[in-house]
Design a protein around this ligand. Structure first.
Ligand code: ATP
Ligand code: MG
Length: 390
């Protein structure tokens, strides 16, 4: 039996006048997510988006798997369409749900009649279909409060849709609906999660990665590409800018006080990332920092790092525990890659006793005295660009 998918648009219904543009962004995301899988017709009506496979042999499981990663979708249903009369609704429901109903003990029917010209009212639809189900599957009983199976009939403009289960979507708002953001991405656990969280809130992403060969290897950089590929399953295409950071790090080591190595390095990361963001029409930076997690993420250290950029910096993990972050990284399938043991530039030249309470004035003086302006320009002229697709 040919199934179609009904997507309820959820949060974006609330957006009033912007609703149309949100909806069209969501449809664009859906089309993009379904690229390369079975061909589908996508349309929208009555706060619902319809995904209708063009051919009988479409791989509905794969379509659903991809839809589960589209931000802006709260929930969706696999459904079948019947003609808008009780005979067709009953026979379609009985055969479509046969296996389900056979293995259950309790059920209930719910009806939604958005086509008010349909002759039966919702309670009548429920009564009639419920009766037919009980007739055929006489082991079943009705449980209106806590049924194992809820059979829903939605009588809409173009047909009667029958479904018996809901698949949770990824939530959030459509990618791109909040503008563009730049994630500072390492190979660790945190930054891919931070990227995912801000894509969920509608940011289209590009990414900046600092590499310091030969202290960091090509394999460390490839790991970041694989992480971003996982993120792009949700976030769509991502452009990654790899910054050659070796000379700058060597200069920090040579010309700055040891206890300030990390904090100065982090300030330079912010400055360079901001320049890349500005050049790529991106309005914010995103990091995976979490308050108190390491010496460079104490309150004072974050304040000192933050001062280096004028652009707003989003730190979606700021109040999260490692455990909570790991839970998300498992869910989005980045965890196993993140724990592969490759070096990051942050672990090159780490001071034995980093300042946990750096004083902004001294940090700025040390940075200015060493002088990085020219090296920043050189690094920006030497960016490597990698395009990442889901
Ligand atoms: P992560 O797990 O994301 O690596 P972390 O807990 O290891 O984070 P740090 O290494 O101090 O913390 O990095 C803090 C943040 O700085 C990261 O979340 C990331 O946003 C950014 N960052 C760290 N290393 C790099 C890098 N090599 N390139 C780009 N951004 C980086
Ligand atoms: Mg790290």
């Amino acid at each position: 039996m040919k199934e179609i998918i009904l997507i309820k648009v959820g949060e974006i219904v609330l957006k009033g006048l912007n609703r149309k543009s949100f909806e069209s962004m969501l449809i664009r995301s859906i089309k993009h997510a379904l690229n390369g899988t079975s061909q589908c017709k996508i349309s929208s009506a009555q706060s619902t988006i319809y995904v209708e496979p063009c051919y009988e042999d479409a791989d509905i499981d794969e379509i659903c798997e991809r839809l589960e990663k589209v931000f802006g979708i709260v929930a969706f249903h696999r459904a079948v369409v019947a003609e808008k009369n009780m005979e067709s609704i009953t026979s379609t429901a009985l055969s479509y749900l046969e296996e389900y109903l056979e293995s259950a003990n309790t059920f209930k029917v719910e009806a939604k009649r958005s086509d008010k010209s349909f002759p039966l009212k919702s309670p009548e639809i429920c009564r009639e279909l419920g009766g037919k189900i009980l007739e055929k599957f006489n082991h079943l009983t009705v449980d209106v409060h806590n049924p194992e199976i809820q059979v829903t009939v939605e009588v809409r403009d173009f047909g009667a849709y029958i479904h018996a289960g809901v698949i949770r979507g990824a939530g959030g708002v459509p990618v791109g609906s909040s503008g563009n953001g730049t994630i500072l991405i390492s190979g660790g656990i945190d930054s891919p999660v931070a990227a995912w969280m801000m894509a969920k809130r509608g940011l289209r992403l590009n990414a900046v990665h600092f590499a310091s060969p030969p202290y960091t290897s090509q394999r460390a950089e490839d790991k970041v590409v694989r992480l971003l590929k996982k993120v792009s399953a949700y976030a769509g295409n991502i452009t990654m800018y790899t910054v050659p950071f070796t000379e700058i790090q060597e200069k920090i080591k040579k010309d700055c006080p040891e206890e300030l190595f990390t904090i100065i390095m982090r300030r330079l990361m912010m400055q360079i990332s901001q320049r890349i963001a500005e050049n790529t029409d991106s309005s914010c930076l995103i990091t995976g920092e979490s308050l108190g997690q390491v010496a460079s993420q104490t309150m004072k250290a974050i304040v000192t790092t933050d001062e280096a950029a004028d652009m707003v910096v989003f730190r979606p993990l700021i109040g999260m525990d490692k455990e909570e972050i790991i839970r998300i990284s498992r869910k989005i399938d980045t965890f196993d890659i993140s724990i592969e043991p490759y070096e990051d530039c942050c672990t090159v030249f780490t001071p034995k006793h980093p300042r946990t309470k750096p004083v902004l004035k001294y940090v700025k003086e040390a940075q200015e005295k060493a002088g990085f302006d020219e090296m920043i320009e050189t690094a920006l002229n030497d960016l490597k660009i990698t395009y990442i697709n889901p």
